[in-house]
Design a binder for this molecule. Sequence first.
Ligand code: NAP
Length: 249
Amino acid sequence: MHVRVLLLGGTAEARALAATLTERRVELISSLAGRVTNPAMPVGQTRIGGFGGASGLETFLVDESISAIVDATHPFAESITSNACLAASRSGLPLLVLRRPGWIEQPGDQWTRVPDITTAARVVAATAPATIFLTTGRRDLGAFSDDDDHHYLVRTVDPPTGAVPPKMTLLLDRGPYVVDAERALMTNHKVRTLVTKDSGGPLTEAKLSAARELGVPVVMVDRPALPADVRTVATVPAALDWVIQLSAG
Ligand code: NAP
């Protein structure tokens, strides 16, 4: 079967899959939301910007003669995954979600798992005034904007545009990060709590090792659940196998 893949991206896994599929001469279009300035670009044909909801995505699938969708977006990109599921089922197209595994608590870790960012903010608000290292992304800063007891060390890729914590030191940076630099950063800023989403993967994991070594507690925001019955794999090779099998079918 001739396969033309829409690869929903914005992650390192999506870029790796785009490179491998291109090597195998599988036709594909990568898609990015256009959220960050200077995004890391995948190899091959790429389009940027929203589709206009599930129905806009459906139209795109028809216009571009797409025959399969791989959703390799970030584990917290909930809307696009839900739209992809809806559009795939309405169009009768096969859909695979590539989701890297979440992080696992290790001996020495002091994690508090919370279901969402609002609960993370409540947990932090209940702690003694100190410096909080916030790595949950610029769009989640509003949840901490009423807290003037804590000082926030905020790390984002692009500058925040909405509400921010009143006491904030902003670091603009993007991964990958290494443990030595994360330990130094957290020591220099006297960080007492780390708040992170359970993004998983090696690129931003160093902060967790540094927190463990320094005895810094972590507030870990759990991932949103995937839609029911969606076919999911955890690795790029497994996603590649799925596409290759479709091509052979
Ligand atoms: P989201 O909340 O699920 O998506 C919001 C809207 O952005 C979607 O409804 C869609 O607009 C558009 N969109 C999202 N991903 C898209 C894609 N790959 N191609 C085209 N349109 C897309 O997503 P998000 O959390 O804003 O994340 C946006 C992108 O950044 C994702 O591609 C994700 O992989 C990447 N990313 C997100 C995070 C994070 O923490 N959330 C971290 C790293 C990277 P329409 O409804 O108009 O189609």
